[in-house]
Write a protein of this length. Structure first.
Lengths: 429, 484
């Protein structure tokens, strides 16, 4: 299913799996893979997402069987066993996940049985038998959650009607994941909710085990997590609310807050007072810099989630003119594409921009180069800097891969993030 | 001379070891006696695969496309070379910063079963049609190697279809070697086979090949060029930031040298055997002793022994007062070093310039070349640990925690979490090398080691992932006999 691609944005499925596991506190991946896979997969996502990487183990600190010719020919399960034993002996993890590289996948090593040898002795060792070539980072996110639903999350956990789970933002594959989750957490906490982001505030495998207690799964993404959401609901009875795109700015964030409030049956006076307070915070700042940022005709190149968020904020809340939006991650289901197009084109006052789905850098550059309408602002990834320099367009680094800046808790999402976004758009030329 | 063609796999050479825990004195003796054995680690952390090095070595070449016949993940590390390429363009004053043209064939489940040939053809065809490049490098991967896709045959076939682009397949399958530097050799073997083709061209009487990997900053390039220029040489700087034309000029040179010990060392041998180009293979030019040694090495090949001594004397006059000042600040500090083959030994010599004391060194490979360095180090430092390891941070932190050095030179990530002051001799964006580089590097090292507040504070808040029991164990517990 994977296509030939120039300058791909992100890694293989193993990279996605590693990104997600790396963001959970004290979880240790164990690679049954070739000698470079730990480094390659970490570099593919964590290394291109604002330069922060998992503090626990990442890249060359991840245990690995480093399969060489001998293992390719004779099988590598013995090497995997000693690798798992070493990891259990020396790494102070709450859970270990055995992952499969292409080599192990092609020669057919049975990682599930090997992992089972250890889990049956009481060690928290799980296996994910999805080799690198099976897909991309996005798939890795869903694979991890399918594994959690199948093997980790507990049934019969007492329900907590204030607990919500957040899905749809991929750690280390979205450069702003940390800040975005913190902003969502901040807003929902004001509604009196307890929020499982799973990847911030040192949430760990136990938070995942007990996540079936939640009253609602909130999916902040226009297409991701369809399969796991259904599986989660079927097995644990937790329904889902899909927010079809990241919310940037007061309009969409307030819409999000209202939808969550309505779905959970929260007191509407509480919901409205939170919204009023947050909108006042945003507009008190915007009111201090009216006319300071010059008007732009903009293009966006980003994953679907951020593309929706940026376009709607800039068009609806900031009265810029949308010209072209390129969704630069592979999206396969036609209904997903339709939903994304609808989100991007259904604007309040502005004329809808052109929407393209392109993952290949040459085609992305070509679309921008050949766009007949003038573009004066481009929000994109480090890969789009070249075309912006070529066309002399103002460039904002707002999508994965992000290489030219360090990102800790920065985000463009929510109420507060939209102010940061607006600050960055300021252009003194 | 054996007729067997070198495969590019560094392990294929005798007396080369990747897994060993020892001391300086012990390893020198055991190597001499032929007592070292190939080993393995029953538990290990991730390595750098050779494909990463094959790609990084070439990704700044002009008018080139890079096709990775692999799943999407195998181009992850390309970002390091991409970043160096982008920053390098800024340093060289370019206004439009280009991306390298990197295309992945994206081997998937179907290709694993039915073969990936059609997608490789599609990838190469797209690359050629889009960019009309002079060079198309085709990289193998673990997956393409195991499923048996014949990249050589496909490249040969596409060569007839696209005669204006030189097709260069590179056999850098990750599973073939534990030593990532093998990837450099794989790249040069293909450059020789598909571009140079053993054809001799007329000599240019002052041309010197200077082989440079991606990790060399533009400041360092200029310093190396300045130094060779003082010897009257014109530098053919390759392959970092070069072109097909510059590669084709390689056989016209009268001498070769390299900035890195494990970069083009095998290729320079080949250039001597097949093109009669003499070469100098010494050390990385970091620190006074090593810069002198590197400089004298190439000067000797050029017959400029007398001239180089005059220049070295002048440079010393300029540099020594600074080194003396830095020595005052660093004298007696106990140091642990971790780095690649070239950098680790270069750093070990550098600390001697500053009067520091070696307590441990971690380096990926031990061989006859390393033995030369160890013999030199054993004359200065009496008691230090040697860990032959490609990173393996679990061993590193175990050793550092026991040795508690005053300074760590290398990737700071893990030593910092133990509160040890850290610094590095690797910076692909700023000066490190030659006499000019030392001015910057020396001050950096002294300043960083004098002001370790960040590491001391972060160590109180951020824990390494290891159980406390690990620190009491033998660091080399998992090194076992019977490696391949």
């Amino acid at each position: 299913m994977s296509a030939v691609m120039e300058n791909p944005k992100g890694g293989c499925v193993l990279a996605g799996i590693n990104s997600v596991l790396g963001a959970i506190d004290k979880v240790c991946p164990i690679y049954h893979a070739g000698p470079g896979c730990c480094m390659q997969t970490t570099a593919a996502d964590q290394g291109q997402s604002g330069h922060k990487s998992s503090c626990f183990v990442s890249s060359v600190s991840i245990p690995s069987s480093n399969m060489l010719e001998k293992e390719v020919v004779f099988g590598g399960t013995n090497k995997l066993r000693t690798t798992i034993e070493g990891a259990i002996d020396i790494i102070d993890a709450d859970a270990y996940f055995v992952l499969t590289g292409c080599t192990a996948g092609i020669i057919g090593d049975d990682v599930l049985s090997v992992a089972n040898e250890y889990s049956s002795k009481g060690h928290p060792v799980y296996a994910i038998d999805t080799p690198g070539f099976a897909g991309d980072s996005n798939l890795g996110y869903e694979i991890v959650w399918n594994t959690m639903i199948d093997q980790v999350i507990e049934e019969n956990v007492p329900k907590d009607d204030k607990l919500v789970n957040i899905f749809g933002i991929i750690p280390y594959h979205d450069p702003f994941w940390s800040g975005s989750l913190e902003e969502i957490d901040r807003i929902l906490s004001k509604l009196g909710l307890k929020v499982n982001t799973f990847f911030t505030k040192h949430q760990n495998i136990d938070d995942i085990r007990k996540s079936s207690a939640a009253a609602l799964n909130i999916i902040v993404n226009p297409w991701l997590f369809k399969g796991p959401a259904k599986k989660f609901e079927d097995k644990f009875g937790v329904p889902s609310l899909r927010i079809p795109g990241l919310f940037v700015g007061a309009t969409d964030t307030s819409k999000f807050v209202r939808e969550v409030g309505k779905t959970l049956g929260l007191e509407s006076s509480l919901v409205e007072s939170v919204i009023a307070e947050e909108e006042d915070y945003v507009y008190s700042y915007l009111g201090q810099a009216i006319g300071v940022v010059s008007w732009k005709r903009f293009a966006v190149v980003a994953d679907a989630n951020n593309a929706v968020g940026y376009t709607k904020y800039l068009a609806n809340d900031y009265s810029f003119t949308p010209v072209l939006v390129i969704v630069s991650e592979p999206i396969f289901r036609p209904e997903d594409k339709e939903r994304i197009i609808n989100e991007i084109q259904n604007l309040e006052y502005a004329h809808p921009p052109k929407v393209l789905f392109l993952t290949d850098q040459y085609e992305i550059n070509k679309a921008i180069r050949e766009e007949e309408e003038e573009i004066t602002l481009l929000v994109g990834s480090s890969n789009e800097r070249e075309i912006s320099l070529e066309k002399d367009i103002q460039f904002i680094l707002g999508a994965f891969p992000t290489n030219e800046r360090l990102i800790f808790n920065r985000t463009y999402a929510g109420y507060r993030g939209s102010l940061t976004f607006t600050e960055d758009i300021y252009d003194n030329n | 001379m054996a007729n067997v063609q070198y495969s590019g796999v560094r392990e294929s050479k005798p007396n080369r070891y990747n897994d060993l825990g020892t001391t300086g004195v012990e390893v020198e003796e055991n190597f001499k006696k032929g007592c070292l054995k190939r080993a393995d680690r029953s538990f290990a952390q991730g390595l750098q695969c050779q494909q990463i090095n094959s790609m990084a070595a070439l990704m700044s070449l002009e008018d080139s496309v890079f096709i990775s016949h692999s799943p999407q993940g195998c181009v992850g590390c390309a970002i390091m070379a991409v970043d160096m390429y982008r920053v390098g363009q800024i340093h060289r004053g370019n206004s439009i910063i280009k991306n390298p043209r990197l295309i992945v064939s994206n081997i998937d489940q179907k290709n694993v079963v039915f073969g990936g040939e059609p997608k490789l053809r599609e990838a190469v065809t797209k690359a050629v049609e889009r960019y009309n490049p002079k060079l198309a490098f085709i990289y193998a991967s673990c997956a393409s190697g195991i499923i048996g896709d014949d990249i050589d045959a496909i490249a040969a076939d596409l060569q007839t279809e696209f005669p204006d682009t030189v097709m260069v397949p590179i056999h850098c399958e990750g599973f073939k070697s534990k030593i990532c530097a093998s990837g450099f050799d794989a790249a040069f073997i293909s450059i020789n086979k598909y571009i140079l083709k053993k054809q001799k061209i007329s000599k240019q009487d002052n041309l010197v090949n200077l082989f440079a990997p991606t990790t060399v900053s533009y400041a360092d390039q200029r310093e190396m060029e300045r130094m060779l220029g003082l010897l009257g040489a014109e530098v053919n700087y390759i392959p970092f930031y070069s072109s097909l034309e510059k590669i084709k000029k390689i056989p016209a040179a009268i001498a070769s040298t390299s900035i890195c010990k494990v970069f083009a060392d095998e290729f320079m041998k080949t250039l001597w055997e097949e093109y009669e180009i003499p070469y100098s293979h010494t050390v990385m030019p970091i620190g006074i002793r090593n810069t002198d040694k590197w400089y004298r090495g190439i000067a000797k090949v050029l017959g400029k022994e007398k001239e180089v001594e005059e220049i070295i004397a002048r440079e010393h006059e300029r540099i020594e007062p600074l080194v003396a000042k830095i020595k005052e600040r660093l004298q007696g500090k106990r140091v642990f070093i971790c780095g690649g083959t070239g950098r680790s030994f270069a750093a070990a010599a550098l600390i001697d310039d500053f009067g520091m004391k070696l307590v441990g060194i971690e380096t990926p490979t031990y061989d006859a070349d390393a033995q030369v360095d160890i013999e030199y180090l054993n004359n200065i430092h009496k008691d230090y640990v040697v860990d032959i390891a490609n990173m393996q941070p679990f061993e590193q932190v175990n050793l550092i925690n026991k040795l508690r050095p005053d300074a760590f030179i290398g990737v700071p990530e893990w030593a910092a979490k133990l509160g040890i002051p850290t610094t590095h001799v690797l910076d692909g964006k700023r000066p490190t090398m030659g006499y000019d580089g030392l001015l910057y590097l020396g001050n950096k090292i002294a300043d960083q080691l004098e002001n370790p507040g960040f590491n001391k504070k972060i160590a109180k808040h951020v824990k390494l992932p290891y159980k406390s029991s690990w620190y009491d164990e033998d660091a080399f517990k998992y090194i076992t006999e019977g490696g391949n």
